[in-house]
Design a protein around this ligand. Structure first.
Ligand SMILES: *[C@@H]1O[C@H](CO)[C@@H](O)[C@H](O)[C@H]1NC(C)=O
Ligand SMILES: *[C@@H]1O[C@H](CO)[C@@H](O)[C@H](O)[C@H]1NC(C)=O
Ligand SMILES: *[C@@H]1O[C@H](CO)[C@@H](O)[C@H](O)[C@H]1NC(C)=O
Ligand SMILES: *[C@@H]1O[C@H](CO)[C@@H](O)[C@H](O)[C@H]1NC(C)=O
Length: 269
């Protein structure tokens, strides 16, 4: 018992010593919840080695515009439009080693369709994707088909499957048919609420894939028909020419020709 008390006292004094003299980053606020914008700050006291600069990170990625040189120990960063910029933020002081402070910026959930519309062929499969980059991320996802009767839950239907991670969800529709075309709604939710977005699916009929080929076939048929009709028309015309207008003037022509010949012959004589 006494030993335990002594141990506790030693631990306590160690803690006091560190709190008093060690390097400490005080972050303010410690957490941002359900706000539209916020100014984050870090105050670095008792750095162990000189500070040469600082920057801020979001989800472990450097925010390039915040990189600064200098020995500042107090820095701020304003997050606007938290609905689309929620995440795990940290301030980083450049020293040996780098020192970091962490602030969680929680916002309302924000769900966005990866693509507003998707095209797929009949009998193929379609993959519709929605993303969520909010913090906290989505804990639940669901998908609905928008019909005249309202939203229809697609979960539990044979041809549909749903694959979800906190950052995204995919609805896979197998063996597409014409009735699958239309609007689909994805819905993601977290502890702070729920958000949705809509994707339009177009289904091309199998014939559509054949259209270029059918076009060529149609072209050939038209060409052949035109040639055929032209040939068929030309033959009777030629016969007619010979019979009606052709033969009679031909005779007269030949007669006059003969005359001309005679004339010419006479002239030459
Ligand atoms: C930073 O912390 C130090 C020590 O706790 C304090 O004296 C100072 O006023 C703080 N600076 C700001 C800008 O809050
Ligand atoms: C889908 O339905 C199955 C059972 O049919 C259920 O276990 C699962 O939780 C449901 N998923 C969603 C996202 O609603
Ligand atoms: C989700 O996104 C966050 C932040 O963009 C990232 O840190 C995390 O690794 C992602 N998780 C998955 C499962 O992709
Ligand atoms: C978030 O704030 C809005 C008003 O700004 C309020 O109506 C809503 O209830 C809050 N939600 C949570 C989960 O605190």
């Amino acid at each position: 018992m006494w030993l335990l008390w002594a141990f506790g006292a030693i631990l306590f004094s160690f803690q006091q010593a560190f709190a008093g003299t060690g390097p400490v980053i005080v972050v303010k606020p410690e957490e941002v919840n359900n706000q539209t914008s916020a100014t984050l700050s870090c105050n670095f006291t008792n750095p162990a080695s000189p500070i040469t600069g600082h920057h801020w990170e979001k989800n472990g990625k450097v925010i390039e515009t915040t990189k600064k040189d200098g020995a500042d120990r107090y820095i701020e960063y304003t997050v606007s439009k938290i609905e689309t910029n929620s995440g795990k933020y940290s301030c980083v002081f450049h020293s040996e080693p780098n020192a970091k402070g962490f602030i969680e910026v929680k916002g309302l959930i924000h769900v966005v369709a990866h693509k507003r519309s998707e095209n797929a062929n009949e009998n193929d499969k379609a993959v519709l994707v929605c993303d969520c980059h909010s913090y906290p991320p989505a804990t639940d996802w669901s998908w609905y088909k928008v019909t005249e009767l309202g939203l229809q839950d697609v979960n539990g239907t044979e041809r549909y499957s749903i694959k979800s991670t906190p950052n995204s969800s995919s609805l896979i529709i197998m063996d597409l048919n014409n009735e699958d075309a239309g609007d689909y709604e994805c819905s993601g939710s977290n502890e702070l609420g729920q958000a949705t977005d809509t994707i339009h699916l177009r289904v091309r009929s199998r014939l559509a894939a054949l259209w270029p080929f059918l076009g060529i076939v149609a072209e050939v048929i038209v060409l052949v028909t035109i040639i055929f009709i032209y040939e068929k028309r030309r033959k009777p015309d030629e016969i007619n020419d010979d019979d009606d207008s052709g033969s009679a003037p031909l005779k007269s022509n030949s007669a006059t020709n003969h005359k001309d010949k005679n004339v010419r012959q006479r002239n030459s004589n």
